[in-house]
Design a protein around this ligand. Structure first.
Ligand code: BGC
Length: 393
């Protein structure tokens, strides 16, 4: 039987991108030499084309990030041209009546700052505060929601524990120092943005996996899952609980915890690998429901700041979106105050160490001509965005 799921009036529907992944021409960041993104999607100059696309697809919110290395190219310089350019970008969104969610830091550092140790250096929290103060003073009138930091837990893991992101460290002690500095950086930025305008809405976008026991009959697995859920989902939110106005959640992963008492680390990620994306991540829509239910305890509005998949052939995307939104809707009916959903991503883009190969876009990019082409699955999402409701079987 067909059913119609309704979403509240004023719900925000849209998609997300980040500076290094789409802008192109960024040559002054810690990623630039080792993992050059080249012209990427050419978004920095051709943003209007992408905003027209978002508008055509009935989106009323767009999440983007500011590139620190453009805005503060050296320690003693904030660049007027760069900030004016971001004002133009944000005005172009406003002109189309699209709300803006602006991330201040999405993983790339200016070279001068990475040479000073990046987030290992406790002074980076102060630099981040100055940078946040500057962008808040210059852009706040054009910003609907501020995200200070994208996915601190993923950054720490990939840059300081597994070591595949710059600065390629594998050192748990350093990771803890970075963790502390990121928290301080966030708090300082939060206060700086509020100093400028006490009505601004500020939070983070954290990567929240749904954490489950590998073997539901094993007490050890269940205890392990519980501990890992707190470390993986709640630690950062908890430590910044007095410094956030909403909860931003990026949902991609289903972690199953298997306890291996003699091994190190004691908790292992198990994956049954049933239905996976092009990059091998398990598709588990129900998980977003559990995560959203779990986040109710903060008593704040919740925004899904990212959710999406790599699917070059576009054979799984439509079902992926409908299934995830079905679970989001259920969480909302049960009291999770979800105010918006931003799909990752509007267009295919530079997927970090995987470069241009994975295809996360609602629109497919032709990187040679920098032309986006709407994928068929997107039409279904566009209809949901337009009608604010979804028909399901
Ligand atoms: C990140 C994005 C990334 C996406 C897909 C998120 O963790 O915020 O930058 O492209 O996942 O991997």
């Amino acid at each position: 039987m067909k059913k119609t799921l309704k979403f509240p009036k004023n719900f925000l529907w849209g998609s997300a991108v980040s500076s290094y992944q789409v802008e192109g021409g960024i040559d002054n960041s810690d990623w630039s030499a080792e993992f050059p993104a080249g012209k990427a999607c050419g978004y920095y100059e051709q943003y209007e084309k992408y905003f027209d696309l978002a508008k055509e697809l009935n989106q009323n919110v767009h999440r983007l990030s500011l590139e620190w290395s453009r805005i503060q190219p050296s320690e003693d310089k904030f660049d007027r041209d760069a900030i004016e350019h971001y004002r133009k970008i944000l005005k172009a969104l406003k002109a189309r009546n699209i709300r803006s969610v602006v991330t201040i830091w999405h993983w790339t550092l200016p070279i001068w700052l990475s040479q000073m140790g990046g987030w290992q250096n406790q002074k980076t929290a102060d630099y981040f505060e100055q940078y946040a103060k500057f962008v808040a003073e210059e852009l706040d009138d054009l910003v609907d929601l501020w995200v200070t930091i994208n996915e601190p837990s993923v950054y720490i893991t990939l840059a300081y524990i597994i070591g595949i992101f710059p600065p390629h460290k594998k050192n748990e002690i350093m990771a803890m120092v970075v963790f502390r500095n990121l928290i301080n950086g966030h708090k300082k930025a939060y206060l700086a943005i509020h100093d400028n305008n006490r009505n601004s809405k500020v939070g983070i976008a954290e990567n929240c996996a749904y954490v489950d026991a590998y073997d539901k009959n094993s007490i050890l697995d269940r205890v392990g899952a519980r501990i890992w859920r707190y470390l993986r989902v709640h630690l950062f939110y908890y430590l910044i609980r007095k410094h956030q106005d909403y909860v931003g959640v990026n949902y991609y992963f289903h972690d199953r915890i298997r306890f291996t008492p003699l091994g190190f680390p004691f908790l292992k990620r198990g994956n049954e690998n049933k239905d996976v994306t092009d990059v091998g991540w398990e598709i588990f829509p129900e998980g977003i429901y559990h995560v959203l239910a779990d986040l109710k305890k903060y008593g704040l509005p919740i925004y899904v700041t990212e959710n999406g998949l790599a699917d070059a052939k576009d054979i799984k995307r439509e079902k992926f979106i409908v299934d995830h939104l079905t679970w989001v809707n259920k969480a909302m009916r049960e009291g999770s105050d979800v105010r918006g959903y931003m799909h990752w991503s509007l267009i295919d883009n530079f997927e970090w160490t995987f470069a241009l190969k994975p295809r996360f876009g609602l629109a497919e990019m032709d990187y040679r001509t920098l032309t986006p082409k709407i994928r068929p699955s997107e039409l279904r999402y566009a209809k949901i965005c337009k009608t604010n409701e979804m028909n399901i079987d």
